[in-house]
Design a protein around this ligand. Structure first.
Ligand SMILES: [Zn+2]
Length: 283
């Protein structure tokens, strides 16, 4: 009996898995019919196996939940990192702007002199001359509508708030020229950090000298020639022929000579150039 039980019990796992031979299956079944102990043993074995598979399923489920939680956590981690990065970026921008505003200031109007000259075509040449111990490190123009409805053009001349004092030999006046501005619709022009007024609608404007007219005529001639070349080459970027280059150079030279002859600008370290581009889209 004991040997039969051992053999039947050895074969049980194979019969449960369905891999036992027919002879083995018959042997186990016949033995189970006459042996209560082995029936109980088999029942216990099946229960243990069920239990195991349930536990495995449970573990798998738990694993899946943990994985999902981790995935969520990773997602929120990414969001948190992104938000932190954005916050830092905006913070840096804000701090940078604050610092910039702290480090820069507009020159007071007493360090700036503005003169207006009107060309025959109605356009106005605005010249700002700055002087003093502080260098002018940024020119700009902005326009704004005031609360009373007036439209104001502001000339902005920036300098460093701290330090940066010029040596005596460096403090000669420096001019910045806004070429050919239209004052249509503008009620007044303000300048300097204290917003002094240098022109109001109706104020007379000095007519330009013949030499200044000639200078701008020479600039227009070069512009016209460049447009002509671009049209001839059918492109904005092209190689000039040697004849074209020669004529182009002559026009450029004419501008330089015309500029040197303008009485309004003589003696100034003027930033007006042959190809001067006014700041902030003016001109
Ligand atoms: Zn038995």
């Amino acid at each position: 009996m004991k040997n039969n039980c051992d053999m039947a019990r050895d074969l049980m796992p194979l019969t449960i898995d369905g891999v036992a031979s027919e002879a083995s299956r018959n042997y186990v079944n016949e033995h189970l019919e006459e042996c209560e102990a082995c029936r109980a043993y088999l029942a216990g074995m099946k229960a243990a196996l069920d239990d195991n598979s349930q536990r495995a399923a449970q573990e798998k489920k738990s694993f899946d939940q943990t994985a999902a939680r981790m995935k969520h956590r990773r997602f929120f981690r990414k969001v948190a990192i992104l938000l932190t990065a954005l916050t830092l970026a905006f913070g840096a921008l804000f701090a940078g702007t604050m610092l910039y505003n702290q480090l820069r200031m507009e020159l007071p109007s007493e360090n700036c002199q503005v003169s207006l000259t009107q060309l025959k075509n109605g356009q106005v040449v605005v010249m700002v001359t700055t002087s003093g111990e502080k260098p002018c490190v940024g020119y700009g123009v902005s326009e704004k509508r005031e609360q009373d409805g007036s439209y104001v053009m502001q000339l902005i001349m920036e300098t460093y708030r701290f330090g940066h004092k010029l040596k005596a030999e460096e403090t000669k006046p420096v001019a910045n020229i806004l070429t050919k501005v239209s004052l249509d619709g503008i009620d007044r022009i303000e300048y300097g950090g204290d917003k002094a007024v240098c022109w109001e609608k109706g104020d007379a404007i000095t007519p330009a000298s013949a030499e200044m007219e000639a200078y701008y005529k020479a600039c227009d001639d070069l512009d016209a020639y460049e447009r002509q070349l671009a049209a001839a080459h059918g492109a904005t970027h092209y190689d000039m022929t040697s004849d074209e280059a020669k004529q182009w150079a002559e026009l450029l030279l004419a501008i330089r000579e015309a500029k040197a002859a303008v009485p309004e600008w003589i003696g100034l370290d003027a930033l007006v150039g042959a190809r001067y581009t006014p700041p902030m889209g003016m001109g």
